[in-house]
Design a protein around this ligand. Structure first.
Ligand code: ARG
Length: 362
């Protein structure tokens, strides 16, 4: 009822709410659940984004493209539509925020489920000497899909993992990701030619696929969504974290920095150059990407807009503030409202997921 009322309050064009309230009540009495109209689904998905406290990029929540695929409930169907999602999300390298919504849970009939944290992620191969080739975050996931029969990729640090999808209560099934669905950007630096020789690359589209979309009490367990990247996600986390690609020492070495003392700030200098390279490379490739200064400004514009609309905008300071140069961005210098609003995206509290070692943060 809260959701239906919210939908009608924010969308006067949908007409009076009471007839819809009766209709939903009636369907729930008859079937134990109810079906969102296409308009409710699209609005629900957009507001789930608007309510995502950890996301700095919410200014454009209303432009989210919603691909309604609620009739798709087989593993094959879900995998094929995930591939289509990726193809449609970046036409001519311009990234469009997009969500694909698959069949919801129904009484006694769970919807499909995607086990990958994102549609595109790189394998992490654990070597005998304890080192990892690829993304250490996905060592457990990689080990598991290999046990399920994945032969592994060519063995580069950037092998794209297969999709793991289950339908209803069924066993997860594996699907390889076709190359043309994976837009990638090779990394180079505007003034350091050696940077290119590090052989780094990253995928253009971040598409979270393991969160449950909850709208008006209905759970869409498979609802992968993407935005575009903010440079620091790649440059200050994926490439820099010591439990990820751990590139600061490598880059510091090439920069000729003194890595013996923390106080030389060699990490900070290396971090900066990695991030310069990320933004430069995406720009060169013509692929949509934002930087943390621009995005911080946009987020404050979003807060202003929401306030004007008479809404609370919950935000989590520890996620909103960028992972480098925090105090140089305006989002650092204030506090935010905290609240859990619905619709929203939630992590599945799931044992297999923990077994997959992907943690709960993205
Ligand atoms: N931080 C995640 C990554 O590096 C992506 C999370 C979503 N980001 C986004 N810009 N929509 O892959």
């Amino acid at each position: 009822m809260d959701f239906v009322r919210l939908f009608h309050a924010e969308n006067p064009i949908a007409g009076p709410v009471e007839p819809r309230v009766h209709e939903v009540r009636d369907e729930i009495h008859r079937t134990g659940t109810y079906t969102h109209t296409p308009g409710e689904l699209a609005f629900g998905a957009q507001v789930a984004w608007r309510n995502s406290s950890r996301c700095i990029g919410r200014l454009y929540w209303h432009s989210l493209r919603v691909r309604d695929r609620r009739w798709v409930n087989t593993a094959e169907g879900v995998a094929a539509e995930c591939v289509n999602h990726l193809r449609e999300a970046a036409p001519r390298r311009r990234i469009r925020p997009t969500i694909t919504v698959f069949a919801p849970d129904r009484p006694g009939l769970p919807g499909p489920r995607i086990w990958n944290e994102q549609l595109i992620r790189y394998a992490g191969y654990a070597m005998d000497d304890g080192s990892v080739v690829g993304d250490p975050r996905y060592v457990n996931f990689t080990t598991m899909v290999r046990k399920l029969g994945w032969l592994g990729g060519p063995g580069t640090p950037f092998d794209v993992l297969p999709l793991l999808v289950s339908a209803g209560d069924g066993q997860p099934q594996m699907f390889t990701m076709p190359g043309d669905a994976v837009l990638e950007v090779p990394l180079s630096h505007p003034t350091h030619p050696w940077f290119e020789e590090l052989g780094l690359r990253w995928h253009a589209v971040p598409a979270i696929s393991n969160m449950c979309l909850e709208i008006g009490g209905i759970h869409y367990r498979a609802a992968p969504f993407n935005g575009w990247y903010m440079g620091t996600e790649i440059g200050a986390r994926n490439f820099a974290d010591t439990d990820r690609y751990d590139l600061m020492p490598v880059v510091a070495h090439h920069l000729g920095l003194d890595t013996r003392s923390d106080r030389s700030l060699w990490r900070d200098q290396a971090l900066l150059e990695i991030n310069v390279a990320v933004l430069h490379s995406f720009e060169q490739a013509g692929v949509t990407m934002t930087d943390h200064h621009t995005e911080s400004g946009r987020f404050l514009a979003h807060l202003k807009r929401e306030e004007k609309a008479g809404r609370v905008c919950p935000a989590d300071w520890s996620w909103i503030v960028p992972p480098m140069s925090g105090s140089t961005t305006p989002v650092f210098h204030r506090y935010y409202d905290e609240a859990e609003l619905s619709p929203n995206f939630a992590h599945h509290p799931d044992s297999l997921e923990r077994g997959l070692g992907q943690g709960t943060v993205t």
